[in-house]
Design a protein around this ligand. Structure first.
Ligand SMILES: [Zn+2]
Length: 89
């Protein structure tokens, strides 16, 4: 089921959720240098990081289930299932 069919942000009415991970190390290949001072990067890799929160992709409001922020996928799943069931009832 599409998230946009069941989620509506209470602040802005948006329908997209994004996961925010903090403390990620990004390693990028440095590939080219140009005469005008530009440096061009190639592919990058992400390493580590810690899941911080889920938020509205439009306004950034953290998604709260009851009184607490959602901290992992299991909680997110439960939250979304409750939303879905709420729509059907
Ligand atoms: Zn929003």
């Amino acid at each position: 089921m599409k998230i946009s069919d069941i989620f509506t942000c209470q602040k802005c009415g948006g329908h997209e959720i994004e996961e925010v991970v903090i403390g990620v190390t990004i390693s990028s290949l440095v590939e080219n240098v140009y005469d005008d001072g530009d440096i061009e990067y190639g592919p990058s890799e992400n390493d580590g990081g810690e899941m911080d929160r889920y938020q509205c992709a439009n306004c950034g409001k953290e998604i709260i289930d009851g009184m607490i922020g959602i901290k992992d996928v299991d909680q997110l799943y439960e939250y979304l299932m409750n939303l879905k069931n709420g729509k059907e009832n």
